[in-house]
Design a protein around this ligand. Structure first.
Ligand code: ASP
Length: 350
């Protein structure tokens, strides 16, 4: 039996032994003698409380195809030697154009019935980063965040200023009709009706997108893009554009992208918590993700998850909610999954 088949079986055994909320690649144990993998990638399309019964076969197929297509872009680029930041940006741009997800096209509506988008990107080699919050009218928020990182003296722009900056950098504009989808608008109307009746409209729609990568040069990068939460108050900022909460990359430790109830991820600084546990506490990626999600964020009452890769190409996909749209690949295996407690039939290992 060749080694990739053995690795595949090992991974399957780990997956079935651990259940969904704690997935890791075969060597996700962080064995320090492990050789660095050529490359690794992990992406998510949002976490939340959903299971097999909540999606029709058609929806399940659509999510699988979208996640797999985004993963393929990353795999091809990584195999060809592209840099981690370029891969993260390209994968997220694709997911931003996919109306299945709550990012770019298909983003959720605020309480005022508009779409205010957040994104961030981090480069583990330079430990530089860029983020934008509350931006309107630009097709690819992740690329605006990248320009903030590469071409400004700052790391974080908000609202109108973010828009002016995006314009000055020549980013593609897009009108309301590009971002608008029936699905997001229905959610908004439902949340509005609920809010008018009981003053509780905030809806944790899943669908934020994120990508974490180790490239062939050994560099890490992470990015996250979202519309936030349906019926969020004007000006509300979630974790996704906050470096240290929703996104983190440092070549010495890990690349992390989070998704879930943003307020809790901010309160416990989830992405940087994973990094600190690894760098200072010498935890493995999987241990650190577990600690940050279950031990800290979850303890406060929040829900959601992270995907991450470390400097050796270990991958961890950890969530305390019942589902997280996710996909991952290393040179010898790839997988797409979405559901919680049991993974039967939802994970492919090649
Ligand atoms: N974390 C995002 C926010 O709070 C939402 C999500 O990931 O579903 O804005």
């Amino acid at each position: 039996m060749n080694t990739s088949i053995i690795k595949g079986w090992l991974m399957l055994m780990i997956i079935f032994a651990t259940g969904c909320s704690d997935l890791e690649s075969p060597t996700g144990s962080g064995d320090s003698n492990m050789e660095r993998r050529d490359w690794a990638i992990a992406i998510h399309g949002g976490a939340g409380y959903f299971g097999e019964k909540d999606l029709t076969d058609e929806q399940e197929r659509a999510y699988t195809e979208s996640l797999s297509a985004a993963l393929s872009i990353g795999e091809e680029m990584l195999a060809a030697g592209s840099g981690a930041v370029d891969v993260v940006e390209s994968v997220i741009r694709m997911l931003e154009d996919d109306s299945l997800f709550n990012a770019g096209r298909g983003a959720v509506f605020t309480a005022e019935g508009v779409q205010e988008l957040d994104a961030s990107i981090a480069d583990g080699a330079s430990r530089n980063c860029g983020a934008i919050t509350g931006i309107r009218g630009f097709r690819h928020p992740i690329s605006v965040a990248r320009s903030v990182m590469d071409s400004s003296d700052h790391v974080f722009f908000s609202g109108h200023g973010a828009g002016e900056f995006a314009l000055s950098m020549g980013h593609e504009e897009a009108g309301d009709d590009w971002f608008w989808t029936q699905k997001a608008f229905r959610r908004y109307e439902r949340a509005k009706a609920k809010s008018e009746q009981k003053n509780e409209g905030l809806d944790k729609k899943k669908g934020t997108v994120g990508c974490t990568v180790l490239d062939q040069a050994g560099h890490l990068a992470a990015g996250t893009s979202t519309g936030g939460m349906t019926y969020k108050q004007h000006g509300r900022i979630g974790d996704s554009p906050i470096i240290g909460a929703g996104t983190w990359a440092d070549d010495r430790s890990c690349a992390i992208s989070a998704t879930g109830w943003g307020e809790y991820f901010i309160r416990t600084g989830v992405a940087q918590d994973v990094h600190g546990r690894m760098l200072h506490g010498k935890e493995t990626l999987a241990q650190a993700c577990r600690g940050a999600i279950f031990g800290e964020m979850g303890e406060l009452g929040g829900d959601g998850g992270v995907v991450g890769v470390d400097a050796k190409g270990n991958i961890a996909l950890v969530c305390n909610s019942s589902g997280m749209f996710r996909a991952w690949a290393i040179p010898t295996e790839r997988g797409v999954a979405m559901f919680g407690a049991t993974l039967e039939g939802t994970v492919e290992v090649h």
